[in-house]
Design a protein around this ligand. Structure first.
Ligand SMILES: O=C1O[C@H](COP(=O)(O)O)[C@@H](O)[C@H](O)[C@H]1O
Length: 260
């Protein structure tokens, strides 16, 4: 199945897995192989992680993959697509969940891990977003002075078609001229967040939207529809520079699971 929408960049590809467990397992292997492929030609490699149910589950599967032992983690930098602006120990933090699922189990230098601010680090989400933009700029390469070029950006998607913390109809959708934005009054708790902007996401070589569950099928359908409006379906507007991959389970794809 291939999407036919071209208005924002390269064509999107869709891969459907039988269920959420298979999606997480396959995406974990895909991610580790993508890192290995990138390490064959570049140093360092930059990956942006996502929170969310399947986003954390795939990290847990990556931890148990034999491929994880082949990656040179000293040459990998981990960033986040979004974060909940709450205390560092809050279980809602995408960072804490990702550390428990994978990062704490990797031989990766602490300086290679780039969490967004917690409330202990910044007075406001605006300050946290500005600090993240500065950190991204400090790691920038020749392609873009504002950010390193992400090899892979992982994104989950909510049932309302939000990605990262870019929610339908929210003012943060319109943020330009920066790589990170503060988000208040998020329709999904917690209300205060920090997110990469569309501009930052668009600089990635590969963007993967990893989505499971029947409750997201309608949002997938809208986002992949040719006329997807960014304000209604932010996920539909995201494109990688080289690759935009939608990784779904059958429920999110809105098709019956194959009989075995
Ligand atoms: O709040 C968030 O939600 C989305 C999707 O989460 P899910 O549990 O519905 O899969 C996630 O991608 C994002 O990083 C997170 O902050």
């Amino acid at each position: 199945m291939r999407s036919s929408a071209h208005q924002h960049g390269p064509e999107r590809a869709v891969v459907v897995h039988p269920d959420a467990a298979a999606l997480a397992e396959a995406t974990a292997a895909r991610l580790l192989l993508a890192i290995l492929d990138a390490q064959a030609v570049r140093h360092p490699v930059h990956v942006a992680l996502t929170g969310g149910t399947v986003g954390i589950r795939l990290l847990e599967r990556a931890r148990h993959s034999p491929l994880a032992a082949i990656v040179d983690w000293t040459g990998v930098h981990l960033w986040w697509g979004d974060e909940r602006f709450v205390p560092r120990a809050d279980s809602e933090r995408n960072e804490g969940q990702a550390r428990a699922a994978l990062i704490d189990h990797l031989p990766i230098p602490a300086r290679n891990v780039h969490p967004m601010a917690a409330t202990e680090d910044a007075a406001t989400a605006e300050d946290g977003a500005a600090a993240y933009a500065t950190e991204l700029a400090a790691a920038a390469g020749p392609d873009d002075e504002r950010s390193p070029t992400f090899d892979v950006v992982l994104l989950g998607m909510g049932p309302d078609a939000h990605v990262a913390s870019l929610f339908p109809g929210h003012p943060a959708l319109a943020a330009t001229g920066t790589t990170a934005v503060a988000v208040h009054d998020s329709p999904k708790p917690p209300p205060d967040r920090i997110s990469l902007t569309f501009e930052a996401l668009a600089g990635a070589r590969q963007v993967w939207l990893v989505v499971a569950g029947a409750e997201k099928a309608e949002a997938v359908r809208r986002a992949l529809g040719g006329a997807a409006d960014v304000r209604e379906a932010p996920a539909g507007a995201v494109r990688g520079r080289d690759v935009t991959l939608w990784l779904l389970d059958t429920a999110a794809a809105g098709i019956d699971a194959p009989r075995v």
